[in-house]
Design a protein around this ligand. Structure first.
Ligand code: MG
Length: 277
């Protein structure tokens, strides 16, 4: 079985077929046990993850699966998986709260790495589970929205920039105050609820930046979106302006800043200033 981009797309569409009719229903909202990612799993999260596992098993895939609900698990032949360094990083449903409440902004996120760190991510798909729009990328080959190549916008901070701002609720007023020199420069703020999908909005040029300062932000949420954004010419970096690279593990969580290339310098400079205050 070749784990090519078409196979990853197929998995995402299988998730869509089952999950889309459940969005906003009572069945979706049934509470379950706490997932490995730390959030309370809901029925719809587990249904989405099961479809992914079943698809991988059916295809006799040999890999390490890192997924929000189950954590880390080898599928198929562990030795082959280890030798080939094949790792699939999955959020079966990003934006679960939106999904159960019927807010139309959630996605399935799948990233394939050959190697054990973020920089080894080679293929990525993010499927909007409401609209069935597909974002995808292969390293060095660009990013796509359905069949069309995409790239980030070229808006500068002086133009009408759309930002997503996601802050920890704890001390939110203090954070807003600290961020005010940056926030004042935004044209509009959107807080949408699926990090995977918002990274793709920037990749497509529909938004300009995403400041996500929640320390609980998980690798599984952003692994695919990061590659799609980078392949579309976007930037993603840590709050101290450095490159984000971590080992691939269910326990990895980090805040981040993502943007089109025009806003990179502005955001890095502002965050460095903020840190030195
Ligand atoms: Mg999830």
């Amino acid at each position: 079985m070749v784990l090519d981009i078409d196979f990853l797309k197929q998995i995402a569409f299988s998730v869509f077929d089952v999950v889309n009719p459940l969005l906003g229903t009572k069945e979706a909202a049934k509470k379950n046990k706490r997932g490995a990612g730390g959030d309370l799993s809901m029925e719809i999260d587990l249904i989405a993850e099961k479809i992914i596992i079943d698809s991988l098993k059916k295809a006799d895939a040999n890999l390490l699966l890192i997924s929000e609900e189950l954590g880390e698990k080898y599928l198929g032949d562990k030795d082959i998986a280890k030798k080939s360094q094949t790792i699939l990083i999955v959020d079966p449903l990003d934006g679960s709260n939106n999904a159960v409440r019927g807010v139309p902004y959630c996605s399935v996120s799948i990233a394939l790495a050959i190697g054990d760190s973020i920089r080894d991510i080679d293929k990525a798909v993010v499927l909007n589970l409401n609209t069935k729009d597909l974002y995808w990328a292969e390293k060095g080959r660009g990013a796509y929205f359905n069949d069309l190549p995409i790239s980030v916008s070229d808006l500068e901070i002086t133009e009408k920039c759309f930002f997503e701002l996601n802050l920890p609720m704890k001390k939110i007023m203090k954070s807003l105050q600290e961020l005010s020199p940056i926030i004042r420069r935004f044209y509009r703020i959107r807080i949408l609820g699926s990090s995977a999908l918002t990274l793709c909005q920037i990749a497509k040029g529909s938004m300009e930046a995403f400041i996500n300062l929640r320390p609980s932000n998980r690798l599984v949420d952003v692994a695919a979106g990061m590659l799609i954004l980078k392949e579309a010419g976007g930037k993603i970096f840590s709050v101290d302006g450095t490159e984000i690279d971590h080992e691939l593990s269910i326990n990895i969580k980090f805040p981040f800043i993502a943007s089109n290339s025009k806003l990179e310098t502005f955001l890095k400079e502002e965050f460095v200033k903020k840190k030195s205050q």
